[in-house]
Design a protein around this ligand. Structure first.
Ligand code: REY
Length: 414
């Protein structure tokens, strides 16, 4: 088990003791976070030990490894427990790359909002204006798609109804965007255009199609030129339909539906079933850099960031903007980012309103609702600090809006 705290520029020792040694300047409070619908509040000191405890918990709950990195202004904390590779027994580390699943959606949304800034796209315009005839209803707008209010059915529901067979059936497949949209359109829509939030990967497949249509280039090129390159994200890739994770990485282990069945190594896959909805590779460091830059206003105009933060209710203690999720923590602080679930990997990537504190936490398993739910605790510890004595925090129940439905909360918990 490894944990450490580093003040940028001075590498510190590893170990739980150093983890507790918070540098003096880090004690400065943030000016506060304000959301459209929450009062301003100062952030408490992060409870780094609490984050570490959560990682240990998720390991006991079935994750081979778990890790987190917390960037708090100039101070970096990280912690890692368990293994990156069950065969070799190599310890997992925050230097390991991972598949980030739906955190990819934030990248897709940023590209589209930059295109709005460039006046190449209008949020209130129908998708069909840009992609004639794609959708069966001209009333579905770009905003509806990016806020999961299009009503487009999530085709992954059927695809992964049976977890391991579903995965093996698509592991090496290469889909066109249109094939994925057609799968969705073969089912009834879930709402009227602009109706209630209903999470669907189909929306961000449409987002990828919009990016490619409007720019004439691949989504991979757009992520690279607009985000990965400018932010110098050295661990971040979109390699579709390549199946390998380049360089040092944590292997991913999918939990089968049958209790007690052996984990399935799911590291290599095309992720073609998700593409612009979930196929990126990254690291905890790059995710923190990315979200800090986004929330800090360095990736879009202020006006488009404000659009991303126009919230619709999205379950208990959650709201969704445009490709961006807000989670309201027990201490009244809200954090902004996304979760990701792709076979073998769970990711939480969130930042404070001003982007100055960010947390990325990863477990190298999936289809384990208990682990997913426990990982919420990393956000509580990172942004709310130590809970007051005798007040045990009850984490809000994870509602699987952003994970294929059908993952029972108590899966594998017995
Ligand atoms: C896909 C299934 C989940 C994952 C999904 N991921 O929609 C998007 C996201 C990209 O939100 C799989 N679960 C698992 C099942 C459930 O197969 N039967 O947990 O690995 O990140």
């Amino acid at each position: 088990m490894v944990s450490a705290t580093v003040v940028r520029g001075t590498t510190a020792a590893a170990g739980l003791v150093s983890l507790l040694a918070v540098p003096a300047h880090a004690a400065t409070r943030e000016p506060g976070t304000t959301t459209a619908d929450a009062p301003a509040r100062a952030l408490a000191e992060p409870d780094v030990t609490g984050v570490w405890n959560v990682l240990n918990t998720v390991r006991r709950q079935g994750a081979p490894g778990a890790m987190a990195r917390l960037d708090d202004r100039d101070t970096i904390h990280w912690a890692a427990v368990g293994v990156a590779d069950r065969k070799s027994g190599r310890a997992i580390s925050n230097a390991d790359r991972i598949r980030i699943g739906s955190v990819t959606k934030v990248f897709s949304a940023v590209v589209l909002l930059q295109l709005v800034d460039e006046r190449k796209l209008k949020l209130h315009a129908p998708v069909n204006r840009y992609l004639p005839g794609l959708l069966p209803d001209d009333r579905i707008t770009v905003r509806h798609v990016l806020s999961h209010r299009s009503g487009l059915h999530d085709y992954t529901n059927e695809m992964f109804a049976r977890t391991v067979p579903g995965f093996e059936a698509v592991r090496t497949k290469v889909f066109t965007y249109r094939q994925l949209v057609n799968r969705s359109l073969s089912k009834p829509r879930t709402t009227q255009p602009g109706g209630a939030y209903s999470y669907s990967n189909t929306n961000f497949v449409v987002a990828g199609m919009l990016i490619e249509k409007l720019t004439g280039r691949s989504v991979g090129t757009e992520y690279k030129d607009r985000i990965i390159g400018p932010l110098k994200l050295r661990d971040t890739f979109y390699l579709h339909p390549g199946t390998k994770i380049p360089g040092r990485h944590a292997r991913g282990y999918l939990t089968p539906d049958a209790a007690g069945a052996a984990l399935v190594d799911s590291t290599e896959q095309t992720v073609s079933w998700a593409q612009s909805a979930g196929a990126m590779i990254s690291s905890t460091r790059d995710l923190n850099t990315f979200l800090s830059a986004l929330l800090g206003g360095r990736l879009t105009s202020k006006a488009q960031l404000a659009q991303m933060e126009r919230w619709v209710p999205a379950g208990t203690a959650q709201a969704y903007g445009l490709g961006l999720r807000r989670r309201d923590l027990s201490c009244g602080i809200s954090v902004y980012g996304h979760t990701g679930a792709v076979q073998g990997y769970y990711t939480y990537a969130f930042a404070s309103k001003d982007g100055r504190r960010s947390l990325a936490a990863v477990a190298n398993t999936s289809n384990n609702g208990t682990v997913l739910n426990s990982m919420l605790g990393t956000l509580e510890s990172a942004f709310c600090g130590k809970p007051a004595k005798a007040q045990r925090r009850s984490a809000p129940v994870e509602r699987h809006e952003d994970v294929a439905p059908g993952v029972p909360l108590d899966a594998n918990s017995n």
